[in-house]
Design a protein. Sequence first.
Length: 438
Amino acid sequence: MKFLGKSSRQRTVFLPLCWLLLKFLQPGRCHLYNNRYAGDKVIRLLPKTEGQVHALKKMYHTLQVDLWQPSSISYVSEGAVVDVHILQNASQALLAFLHEANIQYTILIKDLQKTLEKDSSLRTQRNRRSLSAYNYEAYHSLEEIQDWMHQLNKTYTGIIHMFSIGRSYEGRSLFILKLGRRSRAYKGAVWIDCGIHAREWIGPAFCQWFVKEALLTYRSDPAMKKMLNHLYFYVMPVFNVDGYHFSWTHDRFWRKTRSRNSGFHCRGVDANRNWKVKWCVEGASMHPCDDTYCGPFPESEPEVKAVANFLRKHRKHIRAYLSFHAYAQMLLYPYSYKYATIPNFSCVESAAHKAVKALRSVYGVQYRYGPASHTLYVSSGSSMDWAYKNGIPYSFAFELRDTGYFGFLLPEMLIKPTCTETMLAVKNITMHLLKKCP
Ligand SMILES: *[C@@H]1O[C@H](CO)[C@@H](O)[C@H](O)[C@H]1NC(C)=O
Ligand SMILES: *[C@@H]1O[C@H](CO)[C@@H](O)[C@H](O)[C@H]1NC(C)=O
Ligand SMILES: *[C@@H]1O[C@H](CO)[C@@H](O)[C@H](O)[C@H]1NC(C)=O
Ligand SMILES: [Zn+2]
């Protein structure tokens, strides 16, 4: 278990350097991400009436707000909780509007830049203290995650195999870790991806955690042993590699891929609206500048196309598709694109019910679960629906912690509890697969 304990770390230079400048040398001089969030706010809106919802939707189209939760304005209804990121120069207008429309709200983050810098300085201090051990309770840059994968591939040759399924828009390799002992007997498989949306950093942290736990416990834990004996796990720690990289270097709240959109200055496509399943019909945007832009055509994004090709090729033996997002604390299954339940509802429903119960047993954290359309909002072109439609019977999307207090800036302190409880849910779903339903 050498590598799980120790590794050489080469942290991106950018953050520590900035941290040093912030701390000692020139306070106020160095700002992360070019100070782009100075004075921005994150506000939670609580529309209570139909009229307020209507007003909110109108406001959305005039003011520049970025929805943090949920990410589709069309499905906001009375009683919804809507978190928005508002730029500094528009925040007065938004507050005035809220008073005018009599919409209840709370300010979650007063100054996003300050919050971000505090969050990041804590992170850097923490990492500096643990240079000698691979720290699974830290967020890692893309480069670090890929180094880690290469190391595992070298160290655990019998049980891990790392390969690439293609390249991203910007030419980065799309790496997968395949876990499980090779065996002559037929083995099913589980697909796990994290980081479809760049800013949801807890996702890749969970994928790393999952791999670590599998390697550390498959000898001692009968459940893990059974999982790895009977199944392969394909783990893609960072799906949207370009976007994730960009969220470290330029824009912490970047969500989409980084492809160019011809004729527009806005970049990127929502990699979770780009799948060929009722593509761009509802809960997705046709406009390249929107965060839920579905792209010019299905699978236009090389990352989506590569994964779709892989899943198509292996769908006969892939039994489950698990995709990790944040935040909302939900466990979702199809359909996402319509208000309907899937044919074999009861098997999937009972798997979700038990998984959520197992998750709650650790720290009492409550997850809602159900068809995505009922539980979250309608969205077409999602990977989860696509996987289900393409013959993978158990298809789930996790929305991990929290419910908005930290939102995308979930502190590193919460990586361990979040991953520990999520691990139980994933194991529970997997054990469910290995039994005959129900
Ligand atoms: C993983 O290791 C194997 C050898 O054990 C090697 O053939 C393969 O190229 C490695 N994968 C990557 C992506 O480097
Ligand atoms: C799954 O979770 C349920 C509910 O908490 C529990 O009763 C069951 O034992 C768990 N199964 C496994 C295999 O962990
Ligand atoms: C759903 O039901 C069909 C027919 O009853 C069966 O072939 C299929 O395997 C079932 N899928 C799941 C997820 O159980
Ligand atoms: Zn997401």
